[in-house]
Design a protein around this ligand. Structure first.
Ligand code: TMP
Length: 214
């Protein structure tokens, strides 16, 4: 495939979506065709799954059901959108991908789903494919959650199912992302997200320019 796949990961309120948009604009100034997408909800069916996954009571189903639904969304996303766009040579930027499932459903829930099972689901849904680069935005969850609740106050549909989990869940999930980055240092870059939008954007541009020799 000619295109690239770059994923943004991190806890709640890290500013992923803003940074993804800014990076897409930057890449377009370099003449690159960019597709902005997200998980869950990068396709029409994914939008329906997203509503089920991120709204409503936090205990309406367990970590296993979540993992299955996130991977169903992911498989649809890859086959209907990400791979076809990459085949055309486009760069795809995704707001979250499979590291979120490991960080939330495995680490967040204190390993109630096994890592082996998640790895098997990955194989079924995504095969051997991996992102070219994963940018993990790291922030103290207390700061991130406050940002997230402020944002939700302005939204019609409250996507706060995960924000409803206890602080310890978010702290375990943050450590999970850091462990993933340690296990795959070639693919993952961790950035401190407790910075201004402009400074963080410049950090990301530097990494992208070096990594892809732009
Ligand atoms: P977002 O708010 O960043 O768009 O993400 C939606 C929510 O879904 C967020 O609370 C994180 C959660 N999530 C998981 O728990 N597992 C996953 O695999 C993904 C992609 C998201």
């Amino acid at each position: 495939m000619n295109g690239k796949f770059i994923t943004f990961e991190g806890g709640e309120g890290t500013g992923k979506s803003t940074q993804l948009r800014l990076l897409a604009d930057f890449l377009r100034t370099k003449g690159i065709n960019v597709v902005e997408t997200k998980e869950p909800g990068g396709t029409q069916t994914g939008q329906e799954l997203r509503r089920i996954l991120v709204t409503g009571d936090k205990d309406k189903f367990d970590a296993t059901a979540e993992a299955l639904l996130y991977f169903a969304d992911r498989h649809i996303h890859m086959t209907q959108k990400v791979w076809p766009e990459m085949e055309k040579g486009n760069w795809v930027l995704s707001d979250r991908f499979a590291d979120s499932t490991v960080a939330y459903q495995y680490f967040g829930y204190n390993k109630r789903v096994s890592r082996e099972d998640l790895d098997s689901l990955y194989k079924i849904a995504v095969g051997n494919f991996k992102p070219d680069l994963t940018i993990i935005l790291d922030i103290n969850p207390e700061i991130g959650l406050a940002r997230s609740f402020n944002k939700a106050a302005t939204m019609d549909v409250k996507e706060l199912r995960f924000e409803g989990r206890e602080l310890a869940f978010h702290q375990r999930m943050r450590q999970g992302f850091l462990e993933i980055a340690q296990q795959e240092p070639q693919r993952c870059v961790v950035l401190n997200a407790d910075k201004s939008i402009e400074v963080l954007h410049n950090d990301i541009v530097k990494i992208i320019t070096e990594r892809f020799e732009l």
